[in-house]
Write a protein that binds this ligand. Structure first.
Ligand code: FES
Length: 255
C-alpha cells in the first residue's frame, strides 16, 4: 500500500458575483494518495461544516470523466494539464508530499462566477441550443444501419461527439474563444448523413450564437486542444471554418 500524503489545497473563495474573492489554504495531513481531488475537497468540506463554516462550492456530477461539470483550474491550467483527465479523474498520487495545489474557477469572460469554484457555463448551452440537434419528422424511425457511413467518417464524428462541454477550452484560450467546443458540436452532426440537410443552417446559427454570447475569436493559439480532456484537436476548428464560410457564401448567393 502506498504511503499517505500531506499537502495543502489553496482554494479560491468568493461568496458571489461582484464580491471580492480570496485564496484560502486548507491543509490535509496523512490522507490516502488514492483520493481524487474532488474527494480531497469533500474532506475539507466535512471539516468546514463540522466547524460551522460554509463549505467550498464546486461542481461535480459523474465523477468519472463523463459530464464535464467538475472543470476548474488546477495549478493554473484548466483540468490541471495532467494528460487527458478531468479534475475528478486526478488523484493525489500525481502530487508530491508537501505540495500546494491551487484550485481556481475557470476564468473566462463569458463564464460569470457564481460562487467559489462554480461558474455559469450556460453560454455554451446557448450555442448548443442554436443548432446542436437534428430535426426529425414524425413517423416511423428508419431501420438501424440503413444509411451506410464510411468508417473514417463515423470515427471522426464519434471523436467530435466525445466533447463533454466542460469549458476548459474556453478558459485556456487567451481570447476566451469557444471555437473548439462549437467545432465539435457542429462537426459531429454535419459529418453524418442524418445531419447533412441542416449543415449550413447549423454552422451559421451556432457560430452566430457563439459570437452573441460574447466568446472571443480564434487566433490559432491551440491552447484549447492542449487542455481538452477528450483530445479533440484543432483540425475540428479548420473543419468548422470551412463549413461556416461555405454556408455564408451559399447564403449570400441565394439572396
Ligand atoms: S464530475 Fe463529471 S467529468 Fe468530472
Amino acid at each position: 500500500m502506498s504511503a499517505p500524503i500531506s499537502l495543502t489545497l489553496r482554494v479560491w473563495r468568493q461568496d458571489g458575483p461582484g464580491v471580492k474573492g480570496r485564496f484560502e489554504d486548507h491543509r490535509l495531513n496523512s490522507v490516502s494518495r488514492h483520493l481524487s481531488l474532488l474527494e480531497a475537497l469533500d474532506l475539507v468540506n466535512e471539516r468546514l461544516v463540522a466547524g460551522g463554516k460554509r463549505p467550498i462550492a464546486f461542481d461535480h456530477d459523474c465523477r468519472e470523466g463523463i459530464c464535464g461539470a467538475c472543470a476548474m483550474t488546477v495549478n493554473g491550467v484548466p483540468h490541471g494539464g495532467l494528460g487527458r483527465l478531468t479534475v475528478c479523474q486526478i488523484h493525489l498520487h500525481r502530487f508530491s508530499d508537501g505540495d500546494r495545489i491551487v484550485l481556481e474557477p475557470l476564468r473566462a469572460r463569458p463564464f460569470a462566477l457564481i460562487r467559489d469554484l462554480v461558474v455559469d457555463r450556460s453560454p455554451l448551452d446557448a450555442i448548443q441550443q442554436a443548432g446542436g440537434f437534428i430535426s426529425v419528422r414524425p413517423g416511423q424511425a428508419p431501420d438501424a444501419n440503413v444509411v451506410p457511413i464510411a468508417r473514417d467518417i463515423a470515427e471522426t464524428a464519434l471523436d467530435l461527439a466525445s466533447c463533454i462541454g466542460c469549458g476548459a477550452c474556453v478558459a485556456a484560450c487567451p481570447n476566451g474563444s469557444a471555437m473548439l467546443f462549437t467545432a465539435a458540436k457542429v462537426g459531429h452532426l454535419n459529418l453524418l448523413p442524418q445531419g447533412a440537410p441542416e449543415a449550413d443552417r447549423r454552422a451559421l446559427a451556432m457560430v452566430q450564437a457563439m459570437d452573441h454570447a460574447g466568446f472571443g475569436a480564434c487566433s490559432n493559439h491551440g491552447e484549447c486542444a492542449a487542455v481538452c480532456p477528450k483530445g479533440i484537436g484543432v483540425s475540428a476548428i479548420a473543419r468548422l471554418t470551412r463549413a461556416y464560410t461555405g454556408a455564408a457564401r451559399r447564403q449570400l448567393l441565394s439572396l
